[in-house]
Design a protein around this ligand. Structure first.
Ligand SMILES: Cc1cc2nc3c(=O)[nH]c(=O)nc-3n(C[C@H](O)[C@H](O)[C@H](O)COP(=O)(O)OP(=O)(O)OC[C@H]3O[C@@H](n4cnc5c(N)ncnc54)[C@H](O)[C@@H]3O)c2cc1C
Length: 481
């Protein structure tokens, strides 16, 4: 039987996970051949590790949340289990800039909800009125909103405006590069929306949920690979066929074609080539998927392009070890919007993942951009470094000149799950059901973290294999008649 040709477009972690799942199915006897097409020089998308001045520098993502298991599971499956390491939680403190000073983020926040509201009494991040709102939330019975609402609106109803501005907003800017008044509570905080629906109070809901849960043994907050997330990319790459893994293949469009088995899809590339496939998995950002599907299904393309994206810029600055002694014991700091700084966040890498930095060095990763500051991506490297140096001096009193630096620009890389995201996804799924052989995966849909993307890629591959098998059964029945 001729194997079905499946094209995966986009070689980030989502596309790699999809192609790897197809390759595993093929090795298990499924009659498929997977082909991976990546536009750039590199596989891995936002996962890239470099060595710089003896430090291991992550150009994009540096770790995954331990409580989401997909990334660790995949690493173990690939024989990288021994390389998994946790964050150094002895230094697990996050600081927030307030009037130019660094204040600790209150401990015991579980997805923004304070487990022990009274422990917030001592924080200088909140006003007395804010604190009262937080402490009395446990007695409230908030009624859930009728439709979707913004994260800011949702959290403000429970804990007040100050809590949103000083705690939730900087945390969200650090994760999504987004603003809490635009992001959707239903898509970003589904667990909390459910707690509100069932308990009214989020704090009470959290207590009850906790009481039912098995107490998990102390897990690190983040997990990563000792040699960097680039190792995961390399291990996935090694499981794919060389001749069917193509870089510098920028897809330009997808069209329908008649094929021997009924209907197929043709992928057109910018270099003028094309590839005919029985099925296509688009593992590219939603705005790029929209472009590829513009003529194939303009309505689907319209829904996809409605998912906005923000850009991010990371500047990694390497210093002599003396600087490390001056850093507070913390993973880093976040900057609320009203502070007069362009920096969104800064990670003290030697505190979070000490093994990545040799004893004679220290490394800071400063984050810029997000929905508030796309313009920062237009600065040249020297301007970025000068900006970061100026702002680090303001916040940390750090005047030292970095020994080395690297600037990474991630244009339109972080999807914003804005209010109405779930409805947009429903519209996308509705259109997709009419298209045989077309699948989507990636960070635009059901979670932006590394584990979410792996799940998304694997799920798309499974759906594709399922459909290909069904097509096969149908063609056998037709032949029998
Ligand atoms: C700066 C940054 C830091 C992050 N930090 C973390 C973190 O610490 N932990 C965490 O869990 N998550 C983090 N994330 C989120 C997570 O890393 C990403 O959501 C995830 O890596 C996205 O994977 P993806 O494969 O869906 O998309 P991408 O990584 O964007 O990959 C898409 C790929 O498709 C290719 N492509 C695009 N168009 C075409 C085309 N027309 N033809 C062919 N190929 C195409 C691109 O070149 C790219 O390689 C971070 C993201 C960023 C940007």
């Amino acid at each position: 039987m001729t194997p079905k040709r499946i094209a995966v477009i986009g070689g980030g972690i989502s596309g790699l996970a999809a192609a790897y799942s197809l390759a595993e199915a093929r090795r298990g006897g499924a009659p498929v051949e997977e082909y991976l097409f990546e536009a750039s020089e590199h596989l891995g998308g936002a996962l890239r590790t470099e060595e710089l001045g003896g430090c291991l520098v992550e150009a994009g993502a540096d770790s995954f949340l331990t409580e989401k298991p997909e990334a660790s599971e995949l690493c173990r499956e690939l024989g990288l289990g021994d390389e998994l390491i946790g964050s150094n939680d002895e230094q697990r403190r996050t600081l927030i800039v307030r009037y130019g000073k660094l204040l600790p983020l209150p401990a015991g926040l579980e997805f923004f909800v304070p487990r022990r509201p009274w422990s917030l009494f001592s924080t200088a991040l909140l006003s007395p009125g804010d604190k009262l709102a937080v402490v009395t939330e446990v007695f409230q019975r908030r009624r859930a909103a009728r439709g979707d609402e913004s994260v800011a609106g949702f959290v403000e109803r429970h804990f007040g405006r100050g809590f949103v501005e000083n705690i939730v907003d900087p945390l969200l800017a650090g994760i999504y590069g987004g603003a809490s008044e635009q992001l959707s509570a239903g898509a970003v905080l589904p667990r909390l929306v459910e707690l509100e629906r069932t308990h009214g109070s989020l704090v009470r809901g959290l207590w009850r949920a906790r009481a039912k849960q098995e107490k998990a043994p102390g897990q690190p907050l983040f997990t990563t690979l000792g040699s960097g997330l680039g190792t995961l990319v390399a291990a996935l790459r090694a499981r794919l066929e060389d001749t069917r893994t193509m870089r510098q293949r920028h897809a330009a469009g997808v069209t329908r074609i008649a094929s021997a088995g009924g209907q197929g899809l043709r992928v057109l590339f910018h270099i003028g080539e094309s590839f005919d496939a029985d099925a296509v998995i688009l593992a590219v950002p939603a705005h790029e998927a929209a472009r590829l599907l513009e003529t194939y299904d303009p309505q689907l393309a319209d829904h996809l392009v409605e998912i906005p994206y923000s850009s991010s810029l990371i500047v990694a600055l390497g210093y002599d070890a003396a600087v490390q002694e001056r850093l507070p014991a913390a993973f880093g700091f976040l900057v609320p919007r009203r502070e007069p700084l362009r920096m969104v966040a800064c990670t003290f890498v030697a505190n979070k993942f000490p093994h990545r930095v040799p004893p004679d060095r220290t490394l800071l990763r400063c984050f810029y951009g997000g929905v508030r500051d796309e313009a920062v991506l237009e600065l040249n490297d020297q301007q970025v470094v000068e900006l970061a140096r100026r702002e680090l001096e303001e916040v940390l009193g750090l005047a030292a000149r970095p020994r080395f630096f690297a600037v990474y620009r991630w244009r339109k890389a972080l999807p914003q799950y804005t209010v109405g995201h779930r409805e947009r996804l429903e519209a996308v799924h509705h259109r997709l059901t009419g298209h045989r052989g077309l699948f989507l995966c990636g960070n635009a849909y059901d979670g932006i973290g590394v584990s979410d993307c792996i799940r998304s890629g694997k799920t798309a591959a499974e759906a594709c294999l399922h459909e290909v098998a069904a097509q096969d059964r149908e063609s056998k029945v037709e032949t029998a008649f």
